[in-house]
Design a protein around this ligand. Structure first.
Ligand code: GLC
Length: 628
């Protein structure tokens, strides 16, 4: 299926006239040479570099006909493979599907080799793998091994007795002290990540010690210092690779090594807070690289894999390059969080002002770092832990949402690295509305956060309003609403009459896959059609967009982002993005001349714009052109 008529190999003559009607306006015009930094190296082509990965949140993607659970399922995923193929997807990454009490939506696994009944069976996975294979697609598993569920047999065995053979598989510590009433105090002041008002340590009455659970008490951290734990994890990884997985997204993999002695965190949350983020003592801890190399040696080196490490809280170049440098012997790539954490102060459920200049700086920085140091980027702007990108980085009003979503698509398909798309991003799903009652939010982090607001500020209207605003802007729930397939009951996510586990967005009748795949009669592509077309361009010109050099060009308006990408043989493309609601002009450097503007987010076909001197952009407009 193609969104519009011309061949994907673009010829200038197909594109009609694009003569400049603008005269040079006489400002000081920079040349690109003035802005060029070091030339890039061009990395070796690899399938996992060119692959487009699609993240599925299995609870919310697709239920299968006849299911009454209101949850998505593996059978549902299999039913949608043709859809994903037609969009241009090569690899499917599903958030965890293994057996889990679902305290944190599957990121609390109680059996790594069984499938959670919500999602199906191992047979369903085998069928999914077979169907992926038929279409030349692959499956990436979500490997959650910083912690297990507190219902995992390993933990059940570890708990309760200090003599248990599995005691050392988790992190146990004696109380630091006892209050006068005998209540034990946790070993240090680290806060729980998904409920920062609480301690990250939990007391086991029976054995009179605390265990560490960085996220929630239901997610005890494994003790990676123990070689048997590591061996058990290699075993799990081999199990999935042998079954046919192509690799892993590794959940919070940079938290697996903790600083011995578990020192107290600085009191960054201010007075009134007993517990504080202890990131310094477990983000990229002392033995991380040793463990990652061991994973490589023991497992990954034996297969042809795609791996991406989730690595929140790290922005240090040397540290990151140790993991993703071409000869690192660790992982293929990681998720760097600078962009999605742009509005994060020290905890996620809080707000920090940011601007487009900062956003440009982050993107340019990581593009350049990887090019100059022979590392590899992942390109992403959404996932199941973040609000919707169209709401966050552009304008999600009915008037601008489609332009905004396509602007972000254009940016992402022209950035170097392996591209990750999150379910619903391809149709521009936006955040849940602020009119939704708080009960519609199901995520443990949101629930804990709202509870904290109520405990601390029940009588303070302003603080409560701020708390709600933070939920409206930041809650993970925004990414977890059921996929909007069609303008029918439950948006086609589950059968009519079945209650979905989470409320479907109210706008599903206008925003849905069916409508966007068909397109409409306007002269614009739908968000979906734009993604589909743009992905074809990316693949067709992988030497430019996936592997090429990246240079940012200066702009007069701070909200305009301009960069060019250039292949090794000198083919150069220019991307001009207006991240604002204002019309802007960009004065082009003297030595930049566009051969043709291939596409933009305002038109169906090619773009009629001047090719030299000055180009003007409408609100949230983005254009892509080939340079002469
Ligand atoms: C990762 C997951 C997130 C989960 C956390 C704990 O950040 O993406 O959803 O809550 O790890 O497993």
């Amino acid at each position: 299926m193609r969104a519009y008529g011309h061949s994907s190999r673009i010829r200038k003559e197909d594109l009609g006239s694009n003569n400049s009607t603008f005269e040079h306006v006489g400002a000081i015009v920079p040349t690109t040479a003035m802005m060029s930094a070091t030339k890039s190296s061009y990395p070796d082509p690899q399938w996992w570099k060119e692959a487009v990965v699609y993240q599925i949140y299995p609870a919310s993607f697709q239920s299968h006909p006849g299911s009454t659970s209101g949850w998505g399922s593996i059978k549902g995923i299999t039913l949608r493979l043709d859809y994903l193929k037609s969009l241009g997807i090569d690899v499917v990454w599903s958030s965890p599907i293994c057996q889990s009490p679902q305290a944190d939506m599957g990121y609390d696994i109680s059996d790594y080799k069984q499938i959670d009944p919500h999602y199906g069976t191992l047979n369903d996975v085998d069928e999914l793998l077979g169907e992926l294979n038929k279409r030349g697609m692959k499956l990436m598993m979500d490997l959650v091994v910083n912690h297990t569920s507190n219902q995992h047999p390993w933990f059940l065995e570890s708990c309760g007795s200090r003599q248990s053979p599995k005691r050392d598989w988790y992190i146990w510590q004696k109380p630091r002290s006892f209050r006068s009433d005998g209540t034990p105090e946790p070993p240090n002041n680290w806060a729980q990540i998904l409920g920062e008002a609480n301690s990250a340590w939990n007391y086991d009455e029976k054995s009179k010690e605390f265990y560490l659970a960085l996220f929630t008490p239901e997610q005890p951290d494994l003790n990676w210092e123990n070689a048997d734990v590591r061996a058990a994890i290699w075993d799990v990884m081999h199990f999935w690779m042998k079954r046919g997985a192509a690799g892993f997204r590794m959940d919070v993999i940079n938290l697996i090594s903790k600083v011995p002695g578990y020192p107290d965190a600085e009191e960054t949350l201010g007075p009134g807070h007993k517990y504080h983020p202890g990131l310094k003592y477990f983000v990229n801890g002392p033995r991380l690289h040793e463990y990652l190399r061991e994973i490589h040696r023991e497992v990954l080196s034996k297969y042809d894999t795609i791996t991406v490490g989730e690595m929140p809280g790290v922005s240090d170049e040397t540290e990151i390059l140790m993991t993703v440098g071409s000869n690192s012997g660790e992982l293929r790539m990681i998720f760097i969080f600078d962009l999605v954490d742009i509005d994060k102060p020290n905890v996620r459920m809080a707000l920090k002002p940011w601007d487009v200049k900062e956003m440009k700086g982050i993107i340019t920085r990581w593009q350049r770092v990887m090019i100059e140091n022979n590392g590899w980027n992942s390109v992403f702007i959404e996932n199941h832990d973040n609000p919707r990108s169209v709401s966050r980085y552009t304008d999600d009003s009915d008037e601008w949402r489609f332009k905004g979503a396509k602007l972000l698509a254009l940016m992402q398909i022209t950035l170097g690295g392996t591209l990750f798309i999150y379910q619903g991003e391809e149709i521009g799903i936006r955040n849940a509305p602020s009119t939704w009652p708080i009960e519609e939010f199901k995520d443990i982090e949101t629930i804990n956060y709202w509870k904290k607001c109520n405990d601390l500020y029940a009588d303070d209207e302003d603080q409560m309003a701020l708390g709600r605003k933070i939920i409206d802007m930041k809650a993970r729930d925004h990414a977890r609403t059921p996929m909007q397939w069609a303008p029918v009951e439950n948006a086609g996510f589950c059968d009519p009459g079945v209650k979905p586990w989470m409320r479907v967005m109210d706008d599903f009748k206008t925003i849905n896959v069916e409508r966007q795949v068909k397109g409409n009669d306007t002269d614009e592509l739908s968000v979906w059609q734009f993604w589909q077309t743009a992905l074809l361009y990316r693949k067709e010109h992988a030497d430019v967009f996936v592997y090429g050099d990246f240079q940012e060009l200066s702009t007069q308006d701070p909200k305009t982002y301009v960069y060019h990408r250039e292949s090794q043989n000198g083919e150069r493309w220019l991307v001009v993005l207006n991240f604002s609601r204002n019309e802007v002009e960009w004065i082009m450097p003297e030595d930049v001349e566009i051969d043709f503007w291939l596409c933009g987010n305002y038109t169906k076909g090619h773009v009629e714009k001047p090719t030299r001197h000055v180009v003007s952009l409408q609100a949230w407009e983005g254009i892509l052109g080939r340079c002469k």
